[in-house]
Design a protein around this ligand. Sequence first.
Ligand code: FES
Ligand code: FES
Length: 160
Amino acid sequence: MSYRFFVNGDPVEVEVPGMRRLLDVLREDLALTGTKEGCGEGECGACSVLLDGAVVDACLVPVCQVDGTNIRTVEGFGTEEQLNDLQAAFLETGGAQCGICTPGMLMAAEAFLATGGPPSDDAIREAIAGNLCRCTGYTKIVEAIAQAAARRRATGVHPD
Ligand code: FES
Ligand code: FES
C-alpha cells in the first residue's frame, strides 16, 4: 500500500505494509534518524513525534494511521547551525543530556509550549511524564522548558 502524509511540512509517499511502524518508516524509509528507539513498547517516549500537533509514540503507530496527517520530528526544529528556541534552551541549561531521550523530550516540550500552559514545574513535569530518563534526571530538562516558555511569553513569538 502507498501512504501519503507530510513530514516537517514536506509531502512524502511511502510504499510499505500498513502495519509498519511509523518509527521504522521515519528512520529507515525516510532516513530521519533523529527520532530514537528506546523500549519499542510505548513506555519510554524516546520515539515521540508530533502527529497533527499531538505527541505520539512512533513505535506504537502503524503507518496506515498517519495517512493524510502532518508529522513533525526533531528534524523539523532548528539546525545545528541555527537551533530553535527550545533546542537553545536545552543547550544553555544543560537539559540536552543524552541522545536517546532528548529528541523525544523536545517533542513533548514543544507540544506543551504550544498549549501555552502555565510553565510551572508541576505542569512541565506532567507534560514530559511519558518521557523517561533513566540516568541524569529531570531537573535540567524542566529548567530548559521553563526557560523556553518564559521567553516565548516575553516575546510573544513562536519561532517556528
Ligand atoms: S521506543 Fe517508543 S516509547 Fe519507547
Ligand atoms: S535517558 Fe537521556 S538524559 Fe537520561
